[in-house]
Design a protein around this ligand. Structure first.
Ligand code: RET
Length: 265
């Protein structure tokens, strides 16, 4: 509430205020969003160019999925910037803050962007369809229960209950990435790049539930929406654009391996 009051005083906006104006008035929050619109734009152009030399079907499949990652991201961040997918929520008793600005659009669009990331990794490792459905299903479950955790106002316990369910889904995803998929990647001859991308993914993805827990929606150890938003935005830069860039560069240079599914001589 202190934060809202500060913004109100600074800009003398009458209550109820437009969320988009809050975003505009908070330069830390606004910059955390604009930087991703810009980087996603650059990434989309770069990936389009990198894909021009890609021919085989599986390579093109990975490429098109990688290209969708920044495209979804631009839409997601414009949703946040316009105030369309941001809202203020009254927190239940027991939450450290009375009112929180929730960037619920993030959780919603993760249910589109994270399946793209996992799909690309799965095709790279040549996992079977059942594995792909199981892991992407768990991943979408993770994002949507994360959305529920953020939006629940009935009680603090229910917020954390959704958080725990989301973590359970996340564990299923981590298990596949750490235990089952590496074996498939080994057989497909894509271990080298798969192991790099898996490490990047596991380490960065672990950051999201941590940010949720310490940020404004969780324990509010970090009380600023702008700082919480920057932490997510920073993770996004590496988990999406850097990830997809490394993947595409490798696929473009190793199309033979991707297509044949055997280790190159
Ligand atoms: C939440 C909160 C509830 C518990 C868990 C979470 C995990 C989120 C993850 C998000 C990854 C997002 C990515 C986005 C890229 O576009 C929902 C924060 C476990 C892992 C990679």
């Amino acid at each position: 509430l202190g934060y809202i009051e500060a913004v109100l005083t600074e800009f003398s906006i009458a209550y109820p205020l437009q969320v988009a104006e809050v975003v505009e008035g908070d330069s830390l929050l606004a910059s955390s969003l604009w930087v991703n619109v810009a980087l996603a734009g650059v990434a989309a152009l770069l990936f389009t160019y990198m894909g021009l030399s890609v021919r085989g079907e599986r390579s093109r499949l990975i490429w098109v999925v990688a290209l969708f990652i920044p495209l979804v991201s631009i839409s997601s961040y414009l949703g946040l910037l316009s105030g369309l997918t941001i809202g203020t929520l009254e927190m239940p008793a027991g939450h450290p803050l009375d009112e929180v600005i929730s960037q619920w659009g993030r959780y919603l669009t993760w249910s589109l962007s994270t399946p793209l990331i996992l799909g690309a990794l799965g095709w790279l490792a040549r996992v079977d369809k059942a594995d792909m459905v199981a892991v992407i299903g768990a991943d979408i479950g993770m994002c949507l229960t994360g959305l529920a955790a953020a939006q629940t106002t009935a009680s603090i316990e229910l917020r954390w209950a959704f958080y725990l369910v989301s973590c359970a889904f996340f564990i299923a995803v981590l298990y596949a990435l750490l235990v089952t998929w590496p074996q498939d990647a080994q057989a497909a001859g894509t271990s080298e790049i798969f192991d790099t991308l898996r490490l990047l993914t596991v380490v960065l993805w672990l950051g999201y539930p941590i940010v949720w827990a310490v940020g404004v929606e969780g324990l509010a150890l970090i009380e600023s929406v702008g700082t919480t938003s920057w932490l997510y935005s920073g993770l996004d830069i590496f988990a999406k654009y850097v990830f997809a860039f490394l993947l595409l560069r490798w696929v473009a240079n190793n199309q033979q391996v991707v297509e044949s599914g055997t280790v190159a001589e």
